[in-house]
Design a protein around this ligand. Structure first.
Ligand code: PAF
Length: 276
C-alpha cells in the first residue's frame, strides 16, 4: 500500500489506474479506523481492482471547534490497520485540501433539514465539500459509506445526483462492538465505564421494537434514555427510511427507522434501528 499526500499525486495515480481499465473503489474516512471501516474497505476490495482510502479529518464539517480538536488522529495506527486491504491511502494536510477557504454551498432539500442537519448547522455542507472534492479527484466507480451515518448517505446521494457524479454510492451495514455499541471513531473518547454504559443505546432501541406504534416507541426510548444519568438525549426521531421525514405511525410508510443521538458525557454518539 502506498501513502499519497498530495492532490496532484492522487489525481495522477487515479488517472493511471483507470487508463488500465481497472475498477476503482474508494472509502472516504476521517481515520481512527475500526472494524466498521475495515468492513467497507474489504467490500471495496472484493468489488474492485484497486482501492483508495482517504484519511482526512475534515475541519469544515465540524460545527463545534472543541469537537474538531478532540477528534482522534491516529494515522500510523490506521495505516498499519489497513495493511494490504487498500492500494492507496490518501492522507493530505488541511492546506493541501483547502489551499483557500472553501466557499461551495450545497443544498440537499428536505433530507438535510432534520436530525443531524438541524442539530449541526453547516455539517452537511462541509461533508458535501469534501466528498465532492474526493470523488472528483479519484472518480471511483464505487464509493463506500457506513449506515451508522444513514442521513449522511442520503445527503451524499443527493450531492451525487445534483453534481452528476458518476460514482455509485454503496451503503454498508453498521458493525457493532460485542456489547452492541455501534462502532465509531468517537468510541475511543469514551472511558471504559462510558463504553459499557453506551451499549444501552442499542439495547434500548432493540427493546423498543416490541412497542405498539410510533408514540409508544418514542415514549419508551425517551424514558429509558432519561433513566441513565450519563446520557443526554439530543434527538430521537422516527422517520421514513427513503425521505427521512418524520412519521407518526408505522403504517405511514413502507420503511420506517429510528434515529438517535445521545451525549455520553461529552461524547456525541449516533445510532439507528429499522422498525420495518
Ligand atoms: O463519515 C465520515 O467519516 C465523514 O463524514 C466523511 C464521509 C469521510 C467525510 O469527511
Amino acid at each position: 500500500m502506498l501513502i499519497v499526500k498530495t492532490v496532484k499525486e492522487l489525481k495522477q495515480t487515479a488517472v493511471e489506474v483507470k487508463a488500465k481499465g481497472l475498477k476503482v473503489g474508494m472509502v472516504p474516512t476521517m481515520g481512527a479506523l475500526h472494524e466498521g471501516h475495515l468492513s467497507l474497505i474489504k467490500k471495496a476490495r472484493q468489488e474492485n481492482d484497486v482501492v483508495f482510502v482517504s484519511i482526512f479529518v475534515n475541519p469544515v464539517q465540524f460545527n463545534n471547534p472543541d469537537d474538531l480538536k478532540k477528534y482522534p488522529r491516529t494515522l500510523d495506527e490506521d495505516v498499519a490497520f489497513i495493511g494490504d486491504y487498500a492500494d492507496y491511502v490518501f492522507a493530505p494536510s488541511v492546506e493541501e485540501v483547502f489551499p483557500t477557504q472553501p466557499s461551495e454551498q450545497y443544498h440537499y432539500g428536505k433530507v438535510e433539514m432534520v436530525m443531524e442537519g438541524a442539530s449541526r448547522p453547516g455539517h452537511f455542507n462541509g461533508v458535501g465539500v469534501i466528498v465532492r472534492r474526493l470523488l472528483d479527484w479519484v472518480q471511483p466507480d464505487k464509493a463506500y459509506f457506513g449506515e451508522k451515518d444513514y442521513q449522511q448517505i442520503a445527503v451524499i446521494r443527493e450531492l451525487v445526483r445534483q453534481c452528476n457524479i458518476q460514482s455509485e454510492i454503496v451503503p454498508c451495514p453498521i458493525v457493532r462492538e460485542l456489547n452492541g455499541l455501534a462502532m465509531s471513531s468517537r468510541n475511543r473518547l469514551l472511558t471504559p465505564h462510558q463504553f459499557e454504559t453506551a451499549a444501552q443505546i442499542h439495547r434500548i432501541l432493540e427493546e423498543s421494537k416490541s412497542q405498539k406504534d410510533v408514540p409508544e416507541i418514542k415514549a419508551f426510548v425517551e424514558s429509558e434514555i432519561a433513566k441513565i444519568p450519563e446520557f443526554k438525549l439530543d434527538y430521537f426521531e422516527i422517520a421514513e427510511d427513503a425521505t427521512l421525514q418524520t412519521v407518526h405511525s408505522l403504517a405511514e410508510a413502507d420503511g420506517v427507522m429510528g434515529f438517535i443521538t445521545v451525549y455520553v458525557g461529552e461524547v456525541r454518539l449516533i445510532d439507528n434501528i429499522r422498525y420495518k
